[in-house]
Design a binder for this molecule. Structure first.
Ligand code: ACO
Length: 365
């Protein structure tokens, strides 16, 4: 996807950008525009761990302008202020800015909390105090964990594993969830499609695929869509042998036992899952024959990650994500090189995720 937001630096540009967003709504932005509306109803405090990046600041400014989020900017304060000045991001001047290196008392408090959590996982108090809690990813996650912020966004400038690990260690998974996973929404002229897992689990077992299926079904519904899921492989219903088709078929069987009403089928090839005529002619018994899949579950990270990236580069698709599913609080890890619009979309998703977490926590009280 070409991000037209990167070069924007004046208020007029922002206005133009918003117009472009509106124009796109008819094509593929309806889904995200509903999320933006939901976010606006109850904006949340979002920590941006990489506030020394101009795209992050522009997305923070847009979130503020649109009433979607209350940004908290982490980083070197003079660098942040200089970027705000250079790019005329005036709305950010009054935002809370935090440089963990200038917050020894907070670092000490967070280090003690981290040590408490991780002392039997190889962490010493000294390590936590001297290095970990001064890192913005650790510090930002701890702010969310401690309730000093509602959502965390990072990952633009670091490898995915480096960003997600502190989140897994500090915030962890939601009660009842075994594994987190990542999902992309892929939009093109044929509609919106949900792809998972595209970012986290390298080679999930059938049982772990069931976890991914459950999380994905819930998140697809979060986007006001009823999931029709295909568990992909290189085979159609046992047409070819091998570890992957067997794993896919087993995952479908287990998922059906767990959620009898869930529409899911496989092992199935990607073209069959998306082609009603082909399915009707060859596999009329399939649950997807009447109405093809809108949610594709990949058997491993290679296939999921490669598929969505090919669609973005060659297929002219828009991609929203990665939406991190199953964390105990709202944490979202950006793809390296995300543009302003991609980041803004993720902020809106993170805010709605934080609203839902709040609701979940309140109903558990
Ligand atoms: N769900 C929940 N918790 C998990 C998961 C998971 N999927 N994976 C690891 N954890 C937990 C572990 O239980 C462990 O908890 P503990 O320390 O409290 O016991 C902790 O996280 C660390 O576990 P490790 O075993 O040390 O971590 P691992 O080596 O498994 O790394 C990671 C986890 C970083 C997510 C790894 O699986 C990974 O690198 N995944 C691929 C990420 C990636 O490169 N994605 C593709 C690019 S992203 C993109 O294109 C946008």
């Amino acid at each position: 996807a070409i991000d037209t937001g990167v070069a924007r630096n004046t208020i007029e540009d922002w206005e133009q950008y918003k117009l472009e967003l509106e124009e796109r709504i008819g094509i593929d932005q309806r889904l995200i525009s509903r999320i933006i509306t939901r976010a606006r109803r109850n904006p949340k405090r979002v920590v941006f761990a990489e506030s020394d990046d101009v795209n992050i600041l522009k997305a923070a400014q847009l979130s503020l302008d649109e009433g979607v989020a209350i940004p908290i900017l982490l980083g070197k304060i003079d660098v942040i202020n200089q970027l705000i000045e250079e790019h005329e991001l005036d709305g950010l001047r009054d935002c809370k800015m935090i440089d963990p290196y200038l917050e020894p008392e907070k670092v000490e408090e967070f280090a003690e909390a981290f040590f408490e959590k991780r002392q039997r996982k190889g962490v010493t108090l000294k390590m936590a105090r001297k290095s970990m809690m001064r890192s913005r990813n650790h510090f930002g996650c701890m702010m969310v964990e401690k309730g000093e912020a509602d959502a965390f966004i990072s990952g633009l400038s670091n490898d995915y594993p480096k960003t997600i690990l502190p989140a897994l260690q500090i915030i962890g998974v939601e009660p009842g969830v075994n594994r987190v996973g990542g999902m992309y929404i892929i939009s093109n002229s044929k509609g919106n499609f949900f792809f998972a897992d595209t970012t986290v689990n390298l080679n999930p077992t059938a049982e772990e695929l069931v976890d991914i299926i459950g999380l994905t079904a819930r998140v697809v519904r979060f986007f006001d869509t009823e999931p029709r899921m295909a568990m992909l492989s290189y085979s159609n219903f046992g047409s070819a042998r091998g570890e992957v088709p067997e794993k896919a078929a087993k995952a479908v069987k287990l998922a059906k036992e767990k959620w009898p009403d869930l529409v899911i089928d496989g092992d199935i090839q990607a073209n069959a899952a998306l082609n009603k005529d082909f399915l009707k002619e060859n596999y009329p018994f399939s649950e997807l024959a009447e109405n093809p899949a809108n949610t594709l579950i990949f058997p491993d990270l290679d296939s999921g990650n490669i598929a969505y990236k090919l669609l973005m580069e060659l297929g002219g698709a828009e991609a929203i994500g990665p939406v991190l599913m199953g964390m105990n609080k709202s944490v979202h890890v950006l793809q390296v090189g995300s543009g302003v619009r991609d980041i803004f979309n993720m902020v809106a998703i993170a805010v709605v995720d934080a609203q839902l977490n709040e609701k979940r926590e309140n109903s558990a009280k």
